[in-house]
Structures are given as structure tokens and as C-alpha cells.
Design a protein around this ligand. Structure first.
Ligand code: IMP
Ligand code: MG
Length: 190
């Protein structure tokens, strides 16, 4: 059988929305603000797998204070570019957060269904404080009202990939945020 070599992920990108240097500068800025705001307190960074991983990894290294990490995994039924609004917890936190200062670190706020569910779930565990840090925000798509305490970039109503964000589980490893060529979205890899 012949081996078919696929083209590299970057070849499928039509437009770079946020480049690497701009991402890095924003992460440093958010890290400095969080460091000042959480000074003298231990904070639990809670991320939703898997899209927030690159952001979390960079952000925590821009925070020279004590942090602990924990993870949630959720599934929302729907297609690869649309959330249905039905959210389910696949993996819950490993440790209780009662009385802890919790910062949710997320990749993107779209309709708001996922984060609204996650914030309510976490609030029910009685943390001392609960805040939200989202790298990207697409306000035009919002269906559920949600308060964002720390925001990276407001972006237009486009489906984006890279820096953790996927289309059909691909493109998470692109080091920038971009939009794919229309023909890539058309042939949903499943
Ligand atoms: P929401 O529940 O509609 O706010 O969607 C949140 C989740 O949908 C995110 O955590 C992402 O996994 C996914 N998502 C929303 N918009 C995009 C996008 O533009 N690119 C990739 N994933 C997205
Ligand atoms: Mg996704």
C-alpha cells in the first residue's frame, strides 16, 4: 500500500487572526494582571480539556505565584463547529476546591453554554472565589449571559483553529490562531 503524505496543517490555513508574538504578549499581560490580583493567595487553575492546554501552559509560566492545576472534561453534543447546548461532565476535578481560590482558564467563549455549565458546576463546590479567564471571546455568538473577568482577544464570528483549538481534533498544534480554507471545513474529517 502506498503511503500518502498529508500536507502540513499550516497549509490549510486561509488567514492568521492572532500571530504567535501577539499571543505571547497577551499572555504576558494577562499573567502580570493575574499575578497582581492573586498576590499572597494560592490559586487553583481549572482548565477544560483539551483546547485550553497551550494557553494554560503559557499562562501559568507568566504567573510567578503558587498555583495548583486541575482539569475538567466536558462534552457538548453537536457537530464539529456548533455546540448543541447540552453539556455533560466526562471527567470531574481530582480534588475538592472548597475554600480555594479558583480561576477557570478557557480557550474560547462562544455561545457560552459550556462555560455557563462549568461555572455553575464549580460554584456548587463552594470555592472561596471563582473567576474566569478566557483567551478568546466571540460576543456575537453569545446565547447565555456570562461574566468574563480576564479576556485575551475579542474576535469576529469566525470558526478558528490553532493554539489548542481544533476542527475535528486537528490543528490544535498550530502556534497561532487562524481560520481554515473553506474547502477544509467542507470535508469534515469526522
Ligand atoms: P460554547 O459552549 O458555544 O461557548 O463553546 C465552547 C466550546 O466550543 C469551546 O470550548 C470550544 O471547544 C468550542 N468552540 C467554540 N468556538 C470555536 C472555534 O471557533 N474554534 C474551535 N472550537 C470552538
Ligand atoms: Mg472543540
Amino acid at each position: 500500500m502506498a503511503i500518502v503524505l498529508g500536507r502540513p496543517p499550516a497549509d490549510d490555513v486561509a488567514e492568521v487572526l492572532v500571530d504567535e508574538a501577539t499571543l505571547a504578549a497577551k499572555v504576558r499581560e494577562l499573567g502580570a494582571k493575574l499575578t497582581a490580583d492573586y498576590q499572597g493567595r494560592d490559586v487553583v487553575l481549572v482548565s477544560v480539556l483539551k483546547g485550553a492546554l497551550p494557553f494554560l501552559a503559557d499562562l501559568m509560566r507568566a504567573m510567578p505565584i503558587h498555583v495548583a492545576l486541575d482539569f475538567l472534561e466536558v462534552s457538548s453534543y453537536g457537530s464539529s463547529t456548533e455546540t448543541s447546548g447540552v453539556v455533560r461532565i466526562l471527567k470531574d476535578l481530582a480534588k475538592p476546591i472548597e475554600g480555594r481560590h479558583v480561576l477557570v482558564v478557557e480557550d474560547i467563549l462562544d455561545t457560552g453554554h459550556t462555560l455557563s455549565y462549568v461555572m455553575t458546576h464549580l460554584r456548587g463546590m463552594n470555592p472561596a472565589s471563582l473567576r474566569l479567564c478566557a483567551l478568546l471571546d466571540k460576543p456575537a455568538r453569545r446565547q447565555v449571559q456570562i461574566e468574563v473577568d480576564y479576556r485575551g482577544f475579542v474576535i469576529p464570528d469566525k470558526f478558528v483553529v490553532g493554539y489548542g483549538l481544533d476542527f475535528a481534533e486537528r490543528y490544535r498544534n498550530l502556534p497561532f490562531i487562524g481560520v481554515l480554507k473553506p474547502e477544509v471545513y467542507a470535508q469534515d474529517a469526522g
